[in-house]
Ligand binder design. Sequence first.
Ligand code: PLP
Length: 428
Amino acid sequence: MKLYNIKDHSEVVSFSQAVQQGLGRGQGLFFPDTLPQFDDMDALLTMPLVERSTEILSALIGEELPKSQIGELVSEAFNFDAPLKQVGEHIHALELFHGPTLAFKDFGGRFMAQSIAAVSDGKKITILTATSGDTGAAVAHAFYGIDNIDVVILYPKGKISPLQEKLFCTLGGNIHTVAINGDFDDCQSLVKQAFDDNDLRQTIGLNSANSINISRLMAQICYYFEAVAQVPKQKRDQLVMAVPSGNFGNLTAGLLAKAMGLPIKRFIAGTNANDTVPRYLQSGQWAPHQTVATLSNAMDVSQPNNWPRIEELFRRQQWPLGELASGWADDEETAESLRALSQAGYLCEPHGAIAYRLLEQQLEDGEEGIFLCTAHPAKFKESVDAILDINITLPKPLAEHATRSVLSQTMDGDFIQLKESLLHINNR
Ligand SMILES: *Cc1c(COP(=O)(O)O)cnc(C)c1O
């Protein structure tokens, strides 16, 4: 597989380099040089998830990794389903939250962890990351138990929900969690200092495994195929997908799937009040506002970091950007749609509810709509309980972790102390 840097096309890297490096020169994103096509789409769509995803990912990765190995990575990574549920006459929910941390980030995170392990040839690696809650859980579970990789996760002490803390700070083993006396910015600043320390970086094989990593998007392409595979064949030619978007990685993956020949007629990009993209698509002006806090907090992003990949894809495919539909919903509208879904017999959470709302508003006659449900309702229990006046029971993974004890060490926001600790972990 070859990938180029969107900002500097002369920088060309392999899959293995892109996975280990994350970003190219000048902070440029990597983008696949060619997108494979499939001769027999119907046959591909009849395969089970793991087998089909192995086909898709090995077509992308090419000879760099043997197909049998890709098959092993995929079956480790995708060990849960993505069922499509009927919600209205022509509306379906794609549930992407049946993984260990109950959000769609498990797909990308788990495949990224497997990929990093596969391309690093047994070298010792330390993944260092800061989290304000959800990413930490996905990263911790994805890397848990992988040989030669230690994961160190920093989070602001007392500033994440107790349930979130239980989900990733109770694992132990190769997962090291550090509660920092400070806020999220202090945690991020410590991570930055570690990456600026070349000596340390070399010694412990520092990698960030951040959300820009191409392996995440590649994994996410697979569940779009899984969604279409669950739609009866005669309804596959008028499919519309609504995607709740923050950093726009999820939507990028869907558009890549379409470019690889998956029959999706069109996409709707949905945001909350952080509506940089819908405004841009209407006005042609890229004018991010200050980020505001909303009910759908995983989408509180006003400068989406995957957007350049979407523009690059439209340019390459010669698709007019105007074909991308979009819209946004404020918190009141989000709550209203959550209630409407509940009345229709479907329990959702704020992110999925925004996608549903826009799909419902924009779906045309003859079209079949799918909205993406990116998190389990229990993950946003506080707001869902309050809006619907219910008391959601915790699903098994959350309930199990809730009874375990937190293993984190506490530290001041002091880089010297963190560095000692990182070296100590590396020498175990
Ligand atoms: C991360 C996240 C999103 C946004 O996805 P992007 O790929 O960043 O657009 C939406 N919903 C949930 C629940 C998330 O965790």
